[in-house]
Design a protein around this ligand. Structure first.
Ligand code: PLP
Length: 450
């Protein structure tokens, strides 16, 4: 069986032994096409066989350098030993009771960890769910219950999920919303401080964007009608946009001044991804509620809303929950993932990844006019591609770079409102040699555009 096991024992190497996709992947893809709904896409048409550390091996024996982590999920690596050990132990004890029927200790322990790890030293409580979208929906339910108000304010380029309410909260039409309306009402979208694309340039972006956002909220919605302001401290699907410094604190202050629940959606940016436990710590922003998922449990489905005890407790008993929310195996996995984050100091690893990646990408940006901006923090780094000499988005070059990387054995993802951002989300445990080799291939891809 050892031969079949994935995890960190996998050879940490890039290895392309067939065309990509290889024959076995092509065969499986044909089966997929005849049985899996067409709406479920695939970034890279290869089928996974094993994964661990910084690599993903496909069914044809190709080994890809993983710069995607299953979209910021396997931050501790795939099949992390502590995740496997704790989840396997739990699988043998019991798989499900329903936390609302018969609670179990793992659920409580995860909530205790969330209270310790999230920003702020106020009394906190949590509720656990299955997916990020479900966590965001519940944060809105809690905020509405607490405030007795209905409106929810979100931002340009924001992404919050694919359920009905979270589609309404999400900015981008294609592919997330197109044809899926009508959407939930009482959702209002305001500008975000996107320095690279701010009309007057980056220098006054934070103040101008905050003033515009606040003006729209007060004039068009009425602050006294707003239950929650929901924002990603680093906007993920929107293109790894770091709001200009000062913007988040200004919006946070406005929320505090007006009795609005400030919700940080840290589903993508949380759990060591940006080199801090949570990205909002970067500017000392303490949210009222924080939503987490993705990196929390090493790949098992788990999500949470954590926040001020008095807000969380506003909801009547029985008002929050779900059959599977806080599944015991997922909770055990989360405790394993958190153990690994602490033991390996994955915040430091994420900062080191930034130290390796950013200078190399910035150098590439001097050389290749197609790179409009290099941005991001920790292991959440991106390049925004433009038509050289302009700021016009270049989704064609973005797709070409991704394709070259995939063919050459490097898994990268694209993102962004304009589809023109190559994003890098390596597992935080990736070896530095592998990371550098991955960057060599990215540079090759950029050179190939010329
Ligand atoms: C991925 C993501 C979600 C949705 O999470 P799912 O688990 O896919 O439902 C919500 N918000 C942000 C910021 C995300 O990145």
């Amino acid at each position: 069986m050892t031969e079949l096991s994935g995890g960190p024992s996998l050879p940490q190497e890039r290895r392309v032994v067939t065309a990509v996709p290889g024959p076995k992947s092509q065969e499986l893809m044909a089966r997929k096409q005849s049985t899996v709904a067409g709406g479920v896409g695939a970034v890279m048409p290869v089928f996974a066989a094993r994964a661990g550390g910084g690599v993903l091996e496909d069914v044809d024996g190709n080994s890809f350098i993983d710069l995607g982590s299953g979209i910021a999920v396997t931050s501790v690596g795939n099949s992390d030993p502590a995740v496997v050990r704790r989840a396997a132990e739990q699988l043998e004890r019991f798989t499900h009771t329903c936390a609302m029927v018969t609670p179990y200790e793992g659920y409580v322990e995860v909530c205790e960890e969330l209270a310790r790890l999230t920003p702020g030293d106020h009394a906190k409580k949590s509720a656990l769910f299955n997916s990020g979208a479900e966590a965001v929906e519940n944060a809105v339910k809690i905020a509405r219950s607490h405030t007795g108000r209905q409106a929810v304010v979100v931002f340009d380029h924001g992404y919050h999920g694919r359920t009905n309410l979270t589609m309404a909260l999400t900015a981008k039409n294609m592919p997330y919303k197109h044809g899926f309306g009508p959407f939930a009402p009482e959702v209002y979208r305001v500008p975000v401080a996107y320095p690279f694309r701010w009309p007057t340039g980056p220098d006054n972006c934070a103040e101008e964007a905050a003033a515009q956002a606040i003006d729209q909220i007060t004039k068009q919605v009425g602050a006294e009608n707003v239950a929650a302001i929901v924002i990603e401290p680093v906007l993920g699907e929107g293109g790894f946009i770091e709001p200009a410094k000062g913007f988040l604190p200004a919006i946070r202050q406005f929320a505090a001044d007006n009795g609005i629940v400030f919700v940080a959606d840290e589903i993508q940016s949380g759990f060591c991804r940006t080199g801090q436990w949570f990205a909002c710590e970067d500017e000392g922003v303490v949210p009222d509620l924080i939503t987490t998922a993705k990196g929390i449990a090493g790949g098992l489905p788990l999500a949470a809303v954590t926040g001020r005890a008095e807000i969380m407790d506003a909801v009547h008993s029985g008002g929050l929950g779900g059959t599977y929310g806080g599944n015991p195996v997922a909770c055990a996995a989360a405790l394993g993932a958190i153990e690994t984050m602490r033991e390996l100091d994955l915040n430091a690893k994420a900062r080191r990844i930034e130290e390796v990646m950013k200078p190399r990408l910035e150098k590439a940006a001097e050389r290749y006019g197609v790179i409009g901006e290099v941005r991001g923090r920790g292991a959440m780094i991106a390049i925004e591609l433009v038509k050289p000499g302009t700021k016009e988005p270049n989704p064609e070059a973005t797709a070409a770079v991704a394709k070259h990387c995939h063919q050459a054995g490097v898994l990268v993802l694209t993102t962004g409102t304009y589809g023109n951002v190559v994003r890098f989300l390596p597992p935080l445990v990736i070896g530095e040699d592998l990371l550098n080799e991955g960057l060599d291939v990215v540079e090759e891809a950029l050179a190939g555009l010329e």
